[in-house]
Structures are given as structure tokens and as C-alpha cells.
Design a binder for this molecule. Structure first.
Ligand code: DGP
Length: 114
């Protein structure tokens, strides 16, 4: 079992503000929010980053996106708009080696990101 902070959140060994959970996915509030709504949607399966996903993960990857949509609706930002981001590797600023989709919204977001 990988020893990431997100594996510990999945195992409920450390606390997080969980907003969605099913057999495959978990969504919880980011500890350092960059927008009024900043939630991380993660697979329970240990995939370090999107580059490590395989064809066998395609359904799971799709599930993460539909979970993100559902959470966005629950957060009331589906009409105002939101952004989904996956940081892969050093240059993208990936800091936790467990795949996570950032859901950001609740304010106008600038583009492109820095
Ligand atoms: P990234 O830079 O894409 O790897 O994003 C990792 C995010 O994880 C970052 O926005 C902060 C968040 N994060 C790191 N540690 C914790 C934690 O212990 N709890 C929660 N809720 N979020 C965390």
C-alpha cells in the first residue's frame, strides 16, 4: 500500500472534509483552497498520476469526471462555471503522488494558469 497522504485519507487514518464517497472514488476539500470551492476528486485505486493510468483505468477515469460534475452541482457552481485540473509531474506542480482531479470554482478563474 502506498504511503501517501491521500491513501491515509482514503483509509480514514487522517481527517479530511469529505463531500462525496463511493466504492471507487472520494472527494474532499483541499487543505489550501485556491478558490471558494476547491475540492479534490481521487480514485481509491492507487494510481500515482495520470501518466500512470492505463487502458484498464478508462472507466475509472471517466467516473472521476462524472463525480466532479456531481460535486460541482452539489456545491452550486454548475451554472456559474468550474475548472477541472490534473497536475502531472514536476513542471505541473504535482505534489502528492496519488492521482487527483482539482475542482475549482466559486469565482472567475483566470486563464492561462501561471
Ligand atoms: P497537486 O499540487 O496537484 O499535487 O495538488 C495537491 C493538493 O493536495 C494541494 O492543492 C494541497 C492538497 N493537500 C495536500 N495535503 C493535503 C491534506 O493532508 N489534506 C487535504 N485535504 N488536502 C491536501
Amino acid at each position: 500500500m502506498a504511503d501517501t497522504i491521500f491513501a491515509k485519507i482514503i483509509a480514514k487514518q487522517i481527517p479530511a472534509t469529505i463531500v462525496y464517497e463511493d466504492e471507487q472514488a472520494l472527494a474532499f476539500r483541499d487543505i489550501g483552497p485556491k478558490a471558494p470551492v476547491h475540492i479534490l476528486v481521487i480514485p481509491k485505486k492507487e494510481i500515482a498520476r495520470i501518466a500512470d493510468a492505463t487502458a484498464a483505468d478508462e472507466a475509472l477515469l471517466g467516473r472521476l469526471l462524472t463525480v466532479a460534475n456531481e460535486v460541482a452541482r452539489n456545491e452550486g457552481i454548475d451554472k456559474s462555471g468550474y475548472r477541472l485540473v490534473i497536475n502531472n509531474g514536476k513542471d505541473a506542480g504535482e505534489s502528492v503522488p496519488h492521482l487527483h482531479v482539482h475542482l475549482l470554482g466559486g469565482r472567475a478563474l483566470t486563464w492561462p494558469p501561471g
